[in-house]
Design a protein around this ligand. Structure first.
Ligand SMILES: Cc1cc2nc3c(=O)[nH]c(=O)nc-3n(C[C@H](O)[C@H](O)[C@H](O)COP(=O)(O)OP(=O)(O)OC[C@H]3O[C@@H](n4cnc5c(N)ncnc54)[C@H](O)[C@@H]3O)c2cc1C
Length: 259
């Protein structure tokens, strides 16, 4: 452990190294993908309705700036995907799972990789709505160290939680004692798009022909974006999918009527 991460706390039992781990700066990665796609952007145009033809097939969307007609509509609205789905008359039960991140002042290579405590794995898989915190500490090439991870289902509550921030800082400093004397520049929060079985919804929706979903990726949507794009492209062009998309069927959440 010391050879891989010299600043880790002494006395830790052991660790697992993932040599294939990689990092991207999400906004930069998105900008590059958009530029490479050649797509035409309509920024700031909220979809207020999904247009459907006489047979029920989706034929475009309505925005305050006018209708956009298209033979296929991809619902990639992240944590708000349930609302977009509802506009098309279907249910995709995406919920927000709030998380905070602390960003430290720039440091020399104190933390080399993304390092997390093993209880993080259990937190990710948990169905609990209650607050969970585990240490995730990630060095970046630019210098700041990112500190997470918290998970809680509190709707879209944007109130800063000092309790969560305190817990994250304490756990990070326990893993990397050198961080105890480091300043935090800022903290931010976001809402992971959570589906009850922790898998995304990707592909055509048989309940609304012409509607496809690419949403519900929870805490892995940056990493899973390219593969999601490949699955959606395969569905749109009727070409073989690069992997079996059955586990991601958007209509897998059957409404259960009360017993
Ligand atoms: C604290 C935290 C840490 C994370 N860490 C990681 C990580 O280490 N690795 C990783 O891979 N992922 C991570 N994630 C998860 C990742 O951020 C998400 O999975 C990902 O951003 C989801 O991308 P998306 O494109 O589906 O949704 P978003 O990025 O949320 O994009 C959805 C877009 O749809 C727009 N929209 C919504 N409704 C409408 C409408 N009606 N009309 C028009 N537009 C609409 C929104 O404005 C938004 O721009 C983290 C998330 C959080 C909160």
């Amino acid at each position: 452990l010391h050879d891989a991460e010299p600043h880790l706390a002494a006395g830790l039992a052991g660790g697992v190294l993932y040599p294939q781990d990689a990092q991207v700066q999400p906004a930069l990665a998105a900008a590059h993908l958009l530029r490479a796609s050649g797509a035409r952007l309509h920024l700031g145009a909220e979809v207020t309705a999904v247009l459907r033809g006489p047979g029920g097939a989706v034929r475009g969307v309505r925005t305050p700036r006018g209708d956009l007609l298209a033979p296929a509509v991809v619902n990639a609205t992240g944590t708000w995907a349930g609302e977009l789905a509802a506009l098309a008359g279907v249910t995709v039960p995406v919920l927000p799972r709030r998380g905070f991140v602390l960003v430290t002042e720039p440091l020399p290579r104190v933390v080399r990789r993304k390092v997390y405590a093993a209880d993080y794995v259990a937190d990710v898989a948990s169905d609990s709505a209650a607050l969970q915190t585990s240490a995730v500490v990630e060095g970046t090439p630019a210098g700041p160290v990112l500190i997470g991870a918290s998970r809680e289902r509190v709707g879209f509550d944007r109130t800063l939680s000092v309790e969560v921030i305190r817990r994250l800082a304490a756990r990070a400093a326990a893993l990397f004692p050198v961080l105890a004397g480091v300043r935090v520049m800022r903290a931010y929060q976001g809402f992971r798009p959570y589906l009850p079985d922790h898998l995304p919804a990707i592909g055509p929706d048989p309940r609304a022909p012409g509607l496809l979903h690419a949403c519900g990726h929870e805490g892995a949507g940056i990493g899973l974006a390219p593969a999601t794009g490949q699955l959606i492209a395969a569905a749109l062009t009727a070409t073989p999918a690069p992997l079996d998309a059955a586990p991601f069927r958007p209509d897998r959440f059957v409404e259960r009527s009360p017993a």
